[in-house]
Write a protein that binds this ligand. Structure first.
Ligand SMILES: Cc1cc2nc3c(=O)[nH]c(=O)nc-3n(C[C@H](O)[C@H](O)[C@H](O)COP(=O)(O)OP(=O)(O)OC[C@H]3O[C@@H](n4cnc5c(N)ncnc54)[C@H](O)[C@@H]3O)c2cc1C
Length: 492
């Protein structure tokens, strides 16, 4: 007999896990179906030879009050979330006129109130420092209504209203790549300002004891502890719909029934593949097809035979290495810039148990195109990442025992299906660009009764995992209301 659930959640990324855990906690009977061996999505943890790590560099923004803290509190397990605050980070920058990279160690806890370490690194003079301080102060103190008004403006348009010193512009362009995997000339100013506010006011770049993998494992345990079910290695192949209402799913392991299905598989794969175009109005299908996928962040994991890096976080960029639209289009044609930005973390410099004694793992990433088939460009980027490290931190390359890679093809295979040309390996989800953020963000409620989306495509805001978990909370509330209303008055 086909088993009936209150709700089926497709996918166990941070968004799907959060939503399923809360629905279970609030008395519903959810079933979470995950195609991989373990839940965790793009933030899943892994192990090898005594190393524990995420597949790509992962840090939490905001660090005080992230959505994970809210979820753990709502689940009554707040003491199980064990944040580690980032105190110091190493930054390396080269302005186009300079021959060499200049490095500095920033004190993250103080950077929100005193950005002088940054200004020195950018090489700003006294007047430029004043201008830079004015912009950063405006960003940090912007009230919510003014922030919302920036939905229709790119971050570049916002910045160009100010007298922005060159070094600060370069930093902000790199930041758009590193925090949202978007270019400064497309990213929504509201989304980028929100992230910078989070960093300035609540701290950025934190980690957790046991890594993000441990956080997500705890959420998976909470689903089960509250009466929900999880089935891994179960790929949803089809969402069943009858007369405009979801009825369940067909999977690699049989059929499951529910009047509510919440998909963490991405809006485009859900609509175009799992449900199928014929179940929607043409206008909605066109809307979904026209949504722009985000860019990718591709990663190399360097396993080192000795601890050579002192700090938990590293950020490296030059005026020539961040991508705007022009550089992206050139890279797409095979003209990859000479240098790449590099954002990297050392998990064992946050939590020493993440590496075997006397060893280190450095996980570094750079901006990339999301096309799972663009393997040539991705290989070129890996080469450039090695070259960058050799140039600025040669001790890393000298200590490499072996490397592992995580490009758009691997990200797509591990998370969202490739259903449109060039799409699949997105770092976050749909692009965080003007027209798709804030009031323009797609609704978590689909036109089909009982079908919802959760995760970075709908229902949240901010940086990656925070955005996904915030969506999980908001969508769980929406689904609970829908479920309650359906049971009490029989309407939808
Ligand atoms: C290289 C890289 C670096 C990043 N760095 C950071 C960072 O520093 N900080 C940060 O906060 N975020 C970072 N992120 C982003 C963050 O990991 C994502 O934003 C977040 O994981 C998205 O969560 P999600 O819930 O939307 O879905 P996902 O994590 O994409 O999870 C979706 C889940 O659904 C499952 N699924 C899909 N289709 C099916 C199906 N048909 N049947 C069953 N299961 C299915 C997948 O297997 C997957 O487990 C990074 C991402 C990448 C790739």
């Amino acid at each position: 007999m086909v088993k009936q659930y209150d709700a089926i959640v497709i996918g166990g990324g941070p968004g799907g896990l959060t939503c399923a855990a809360l629905l279970a906690r609030w008395g519903m009977k959810p079933l979470l179906l995950e195609k991989n061996d373990t839940a965790g999505g793009k933030a899943v943890g892994a192990e090898r030879d005594g190393f524990r790590y995420e597949l790509a560099p992962k840090l939490q923004v905001p660090m005080r009050g992230p959505a994970f803290a809210t979820v753990f509190r709502l689940l009554g397990i707040e003491s199980e979330l064990k944040p580690i605050y980032l105190e110091k980070a190493c930054l390396a920058y080269r302005s186009s006129g300079w021959k060499k990279y200049k490095t500095t160690i920033t004190h993250q806890t103080e950077a929100g109130t005193d950005p002088n370490e940054f200004f020195e690194l950018f090489g700003l003079n006294a007047q430029e420092k004043e201008h830079a301080l004015a912009i950063l102060t405006e960003i940090a103190t912007m009230p919510p209504e003014k922030l919302d008004a920036l939905d229709d403006m790119t971050f570049q348009e916002y910045i160009s209203q100010h007298d922005t010193p060159h070094g600060l512009y370069s930093y902000l362009a790199m930041h758009s790549n590193a925090s949202l995997a978007e270019p400064i000339d497309m990213v929504s100013a509201s989304e980028q300002v929100r992230i910078l506010q989070h960093i300035a006011l609540s701290g950025g770049g934190g980690y957790y004891v046991g890594g993000f993998g441990r956080v997500l494992d705890t959420l998976a345990e909470a689903v089960k502890a509250n009466g929900g079910e999880i089935k891994t290695r179960t790929r949803v192949e089809k969402i069943n719909v009858r007369e405009g209402q979801v009825t369940g799913v067909a999977t690699s392991d049989g059929e499951f029934k529910a009047r509510i299905v919440i998909s963490n598989a991405g809006i485009q794969p859900t609509v175009l593949k799992l449900v199928g175009e014929k179940n929607f109005d043409k206008s909605y299908v066109n809307y979904v097809k026209d949504l722009v996928p985000g860019w990718a962040f591709t990663a190399v994991r360097y396993f080192l035979n000795k601890p050579v890096l002192k700090w938990p976080m590293y950020m490296m960029w030059s005026d020539d290495s961040w991508w705007n639209v022009e550089r992206f289009l050139k890279a797409k044609q095979g003209q990859v810039p000479k240098e790449v930005i590099l954002f990297g973390i050392v998990p064992s410099n946050f939590d020493p148990t993440m590496s075997p004694p006397g060893k280190q793992c450095f996980i570094a990433g750079t901006i990339c195109i999301p096309d799972p088939e663009a393997t040539g460009i991705v290989q070129e980027l890996y080469k450039k990442m090695d070259e960058m490290l050799d140039k600025v931190f040669p001790e890393v390359m000298d200590a490499v025992m072996y490397k592992e890679f995580e490009g758009p093809a691997e990200i797509s295979a591990a998370t969202r299906d490739h259903v449109l040309p060039g799409q699949g390996g997105e770092c976050v989800g749909l692009a965080q660009i003007v027209g798709q953020c804030g009031k323009h963000k797609p609704s978590p409620k689909s036109p089909i009764r009982g079908l919802f989306y959760v995760g970075c495509d709908a229902g949240g805001s901010g940086m990656g995992t925070h955005q996904a978990a915030e969506s999980g909370i908001n969508v769980a509330r929406m689904v609970l209301q829908y479920h309650t209303k359906r049971r009490t008055v029989g309407s939808e």
